[in-house]
Ligand binder design. Structure first.
Ligand code: TXA
Ligand code: MG
Length: 338
């Protein structure tokens, strides 16, 4: 056990965080999507500490965060032209692209795969640290299986005493993790994890954009996971999450069954909450607000010792698909359709 220091966004603290990373240690770092648990992406021993701190299965690869496009060429080869077009349009920002890795990327980082996921984040603090310390491997800074952290306090709750430091950069802007894509061919992009860079946005640069079937359903038996992260339990608070699809009146009716238990309803801002038979929280009205709040609400439910969280299903349009995908997994695919 070590004491976890909460650092500020001052230049001095950022320099200190970069030093820790250069020494092979891990640091909780804010990004525009969620907080990451960063370490030197090219140092296998440092990367192992990430897996240990999170309790993450070692075959689940880490995203490598870079400062400039030249670094992508150092880490990967056979990079399609489409990669550069997408980078031009969406980097720095919440898009991760999977390409064949060079041997400079350790197997520990890539979870034993021959590919690497690369992202150029836009968050000022993360960028400064990468510039000082080099490419950074960073999964979301939660304990494996738990909702992703969108504040330094969330990281502290999961990692206090386990990692040396967390930088407090306030609340994450987007609130859901980056869109992860791979390339089926020169013209075709496959979305493996939806995020704030939506299908429609990708279609502005790519001829074909496919949504992998695992995004909205449990992995079919026998089918290999195109992304190892799909295999694992994800985003789940201690409380049991159940998603309810339908309009608000139908939601209220479904909630009747759970009255009296330690149930919290998680509904939209603007819903007529007086009609609800249980205690409630709201998570926004638009998809981007819902993305911003979804993980912190799931964490709050645990703080209030909820046993069940009944979530009103978000729209699957645009960024909504990312929110739906996270909630579907948090619910272990348990959906009530009314
Ligand atoms: O927004 C984000 O992407 C955040 C911030 C910190 O940058 N990071 C993040 O990392 O969400 P993580 O490890 O929690 O999720 C990465 C996902 C995992 O599901 C992993 O399986 C998948 O991306 N992934 C990473 N590299 C891959 C690869 N080479 N092939 C297939 N899937 C990959
Ligand atoms: Mg994660």
């Amino acid at each position: 056990m070590e004491n976890t220091v909460l650092l500020t966004a001052s230049d001095e603290d950022i320099k200190y965080a970069a030093e820790l990373i250069k020494q092979g240690k891990t640091v909780g770092i804010p990004t525009e999507t969620v907080y990451g648990l960063g370490a030197d992406a090219l140092d296998p021993e440092a990367v192992k500490k990430i897996f240990a701190a999170k309790g993450r299965p070692c075959d689940n690869p880490l995203i490598v965060h870079i400062y400039d496009i030249e670094t992508a060429q150092r880490l990967a080869h056979h990079i399609p032209d489409l990669f550069y077009r997408l980078a031009e349009k969406f980097w720095p920002g919440p898009l991760t692209m999977i390409v064949p890795k060079r041997s400079i990327v350790p197997d520990e980082t890539s979870g034993g795969l021959e590919t690497v996921g690369i992202r150029m984040p836009s968050h000022d603090i993360m960028r400064k640290i990468i510039r000082l310390a080099g490419p950074i491997a960073a999964p979301s800074a939660n304990r494996s299986g738990y909702p992703s952290p969108t504040s330094a306090q969330h990281v502290m709750r999961d990692m206090n005493g386990i990692i040396p430091a967390v930088i407090d950069g306030g609340e994450s802007r987007f609130g859901v993790e980056s869109t992860v894509i791979s390339f089926d061919d020169e013209k075709t992009v496959r979305i493996l994890r939806p995020g704030s860079v939506t299908k429609r946005m990708l279609e502005e640069a790519a001829d074909n954009v496919l949504i992998d079937e695992a995004i909205l359903s449990d992995l079919q038996r026998g089918r290999a996971a195109p992304s190892p992260g799909m295999k694992y339990k994800h985003y789940s608070p201690k409380a049991k999450v159940i998603m309810v699809e339908g309009d608000f009146d139908a939601f209220c009716k479904a909630a009747e069954k759970y009255r009296g238990k330690k149930t919290y309803c998680l509904v939209f801002d603007g819903d007529d909450t007086e009609k609800l038979p249980c205690r409630y929280m709201t998570y926004g009205s638009s998809s981007s607000e819902q993305a911003h709040h979804v993980f912190s609400r799931l964490r709050e439910a645990d703080e209030m010792n909820a046993e069940v969280v009944l979530v009103r299903a978000p729209s699957k349009d645009g960024v909504g698909l990312a929110v739906y995908n996270r909630l579907l997994r948090a619910a272990g695919f348990e959906v009530i359709r009314v």
